[in-house]
Design a protein around this ligand. Structure first.
Ligand SMILES: Cc1cc2nc3c(=O)[nH]c(=O)nc-3n(C[C@H](O)[C@H](O)[C@H](O)COP(=O)(O)O)c2cc1C
Length: 235
């Protein structure tokens, strides 16, 4: 495969938030995960662990978490019972990240015709996370909580490999941190070990190209803005 083809896969991957009701062959998922496991990891610890979930058990997890999500809309004081294992986001947002976050959120809602005052529509769209955006497969990635922060980096590389390999195989994905808050439900359903915590979820399936939500393509800051070059004035 040429550099151009690899760049094409990288650049055409984007988060998909509406999937077709179409099964993904087990063999394809196996190929994706096997290739993804060539990801580097500190001391080759390979700390990734992935639960590949489809069918009845997928539906049970989706239904259970959606039910709790609905209940918490009525009883927000119970939210503290559902805690993520780690802070994915800062407690307090600051520039320039807060602006990017807002641009992203309102960009997506804007495309869907959801305005600031539409609290119910916002909650309904957020709930789509817990339906895996209708993807037939959910990948629940856990990490052994006794490992260090670096293992989360290792697993992130594994996840990016999954996203790219899936794209190369004509599939689409959405990485999801939204599930982390409901890890207590997920971990129980997937029968995770007592040392495991939920790191991330990936919705996997075939994109429904007819859905406007999938037209959402995010911008990036320019190379000049995120890179600092030292010693290049000599070359
Ligand atoms: C670790 C991680 C967690 C994410 N969690 C969510 C999520 O819970 N729900 C969602 O809709 N998108 C989620 N995203 C997708 C991001 O919003 C998306 O990657 C970002 O806006 C850039 O867009 P792109 O993936 O389409 O290039 C997540 C992305 C990452 C990397």
């Amino acid at each position: 495969m040429s550099a151009k083809e690899i760049a094409h896969i990288m650049k055409s991957r984007h988060s998909v938030r509406a999937f077709k009701d179409k099964k993904v062959p087990k063999l394809i998922i196996q190929e994706i995960l096997e290739a993804a496991s060539r990801a580097p990891s500190g001391s080759n610890t390979q700390p990734w662990k992935v639960y590949v979930v489809q069918g009845k058990i997928r539906d049970e997890i989706v239904n259970e978490v959606c039910k709790v999500y609905d209940d918490l809309l009525e009883l927000p004081e119970l939210k503290s019972q559902y805690q993520a294992a780690y802070d994915y986001y800062p407690q307090e947002w600051f520039s320039p990240y807060i602006e990017r976050r807002r641009e992203n959120g309102w960009g997506l809602y804007g495309l869907l015709g959801i305005e600031k005052k539409d609290r119910e529509k916002m909650a309904a769209q957020h709930k789509r996370n817990f339906m895996l955006f209708d993807a037939p497969v959910g990948l629940f990635l856990t990490v052994d909580k006794r490992l260090g922060t670096g293992s989360k980096m290792d697993i992130s590389m594994f996840i990016q490999n999954i996203l790219l390999m899936a794209k190369a195989k004509g599939l689409d994905t959405c990485p999801q941190a939204a599930w982390n808050e409901y890890q207590s439900i997920v971990l129980l359903k997937i029968k995770a070990g007592s040392h495991e915590e939920l790191l991330c979820t990936v919705a996997l399936g075939y994109a429904d190209e007819t859905q406007v939500v999938n037209e959402f393509i995010t911008p990036r800051v320019s190379l000049d803005d995120f890179s600092t070059w030292l010693g290049f004035e000599e070359s």
